[in-house]
Design a protein. Structure first.
Length: 365
């Protein structure tokens, strides 16, 4: 991908920003009978895509630029989502079916008092802090032991998958206090604003889009810095990088923890727009899909991560409505096709087409 510091790079970024921040709201504001009108129900869907693109950026930092394939990022995403979901449930105290200060699922399961780990989530600031801190803490502790033990390659990927699978089984249990297999749902308001209000949905979408653009600029600054160049060196030749005086442990741990924080942020933005968070977000297939987004878009190209998330989830939405039973086959075929024929993803394909020489003009008599 061309540098963002070139005129072409800034033009691409400006077009993306204009589309997300101006184009979508303008299309939504058109009269309902207009052919270009964007219905209200699509706004949360596009907002969800922005959250997925944010996860893809986090995955690209750790996989595309550092060479560490994680199959457990769904755990960080879900932890951020649960933190925000717990706040939304606490904001509905006394308004549920049972008119209790406890969430409805706790009343149904005969809980007598709020668990200790639910306290504090009635405050938005605390919930947002936990959405970032919990994934960071889990990633730091896990990464410290994994990277110190020099676990890498497929072994690291398997361990991350085992981590998220274990967390999924834990959250599925009713006695853990997170809603069991149903999770947390039926949210009504955020900071006093009704989540069902179209204006609030649009506001959440704009917040998600602005966050995505801001994180993209942050990630671009990171990968172009000395820190980013060391990450790339670790990806390409970790032993040589260590012999040059750089300790890979600290660099990998830093980018791994940052990647988890970004996933937690994405999860916190995702839940108010989708209206539910449950343990299925921690399923290994969810984390595998996250890797597929980056592979399809193009590893090591931040715009490719955003593109891959948009393309794959757009196809998933279409298949879910048109042929839900065929989606997993389509996803597998897409991944195999990209691996065999487009190893650099869609971004690499676009770059090759730009470099393709123009055909010579026919000789005139």
């Amino acid at each position: 991908m061309r540098s963002l510091h070139t005129p072409r790079g800034w033009a691409v970024f400006a077009a993306l920003a204009a589309t997300l921040l101006a184009g979508v709201p303008l299309l939504n504001a058109l009269p309902a009978d207009s052919a270009l009108h964007l219905p209200d129900y699509l706004i949360p869907l596009i907002g969800k895509f922005c959250c997925y693109a944010l996860v893809a950026l986090a995955m690209d930092l750790i996989w595309g630029y550092t060479g560490i394939l994680s199959l457990g990022h769904g755990a960080f995403f879900a932890l951020g989502g649960y933190a925000m979901g717990m706040h939304l449930m606490r904001a509905m105290a006394g308004e549920g079916v049972y008119r209790s200060e406890l969430p409805d699922f706790m009343v149904f399961l005969n809980w007598k008092e709020l668990p200790w780990f639910w306290h504090g989530f009635e405050h938005f600031g605390f919930a947002l802090l936990m959405a970032l801190l919990l994934p960071a803490l889990l990633a730091f502790v896990f990464g410290w032991f994994a990277f110190r033990s020099r676990i890498k390659g497929v072994y690291f990927s398997i361990i991350t998958q085992a981590l998220t699978f274990a967390l999924m089984l834990l959250f599925f249990r009713n006695e853990t206090g997170f809603g069991g297999n149903n999770g947390l749902t039926d949210f009504k308001r955020l900071l006093g604003f009704a989540l069902a209000d179209p204006a609030v949905k649009l506001g959440l979408y704009l917040l998600s889009a602005a966050t995505l653009l801001g994180v993209y600029l942050l990630a671009r600054a990171i990968v172009r810095s000395k820190f980013g160049r060391v990450l790339t060196a670790i990806r390409d030749a970790e032993s040589r990088t260590m012999f040059c005086g750089y300790e890979p442990l600290y660099y990998k741990l830093a980018v791994w923890t940052l990647s988890a924080v970004l996933c937690g942020l994405a999860g916190a933005l995702y839940v108010p727009q989708v209206g539910i968070i449950n343990p299925s977000e921690m399923a290994p297939t969810q984390s595998i899909e996250m890797a597929v987004w980056v592979a399809v878009g193009g590893r090591g190209t931040l715009i490719g991560a955003i593109t891959g998330a948009a393309v794959v989830n757009g196809l998933k939405s279409w298949f879910t409505a048109a042929a839900p039973d065929l989606w997993l086959y389509a996803l597998g075929g897409l991944f195999i096709g990209v691996t065999l024929f487009l190893p650099e993803g869609l971004t690499g394909l676009a770059a090759r087409l730009r470099r393709r020489p123009a055909p010579l003009a026919e000789a005139r008599p």
